[in-house]
Design a protein around this ligand. Sequence first.
Ligand SMILES: [Zn+2]
Length: 150
Amino acid sequence: MGTPHNVGIISTKTKEKKMTKNFQISEFECKGNLKGCECKMTANVKNNLLKLAEQLQILRDYLGVPIKINSGFRCADYNDNHINGAKHSQHKLGKAADIVAESKHPFELYRLIDELIEMKILNFGGVGKYNTFTHVDIRDQKVRFDKTTN
Ligand SMILES: [Zn+2]
């Protein structure tokens, strides 16, 4: 016979890191940690990230393809001093993600997300268009921006 007890333990551990079916907290961690910023996510940030992941899961289910998180939470040090991010970036609150969807051009994804918000299927406030990824965030206000370059 197999080892059903061990299997149970493994699946419990996996569940702890999971936020939704396809997203886990590690995907949203500050990339500054790789460069030694050693920041920690507060409970408030984690709570925001969970709401963000819930929206991303709806999008992922709609698309039926994996979504890669290029950038999720960014601590102030990493955002302001290492990547020159916007001072009031939603990333600092754990409310934003820069995403890439498999086999979807960023411009196409931007337009689709905007449509899904209009249809009340998605509940993002901000959507930003970039050349190589799409920014989404869960701020309360409706914001659209275009940061594409030629
Ligand atoms: Zn950091």
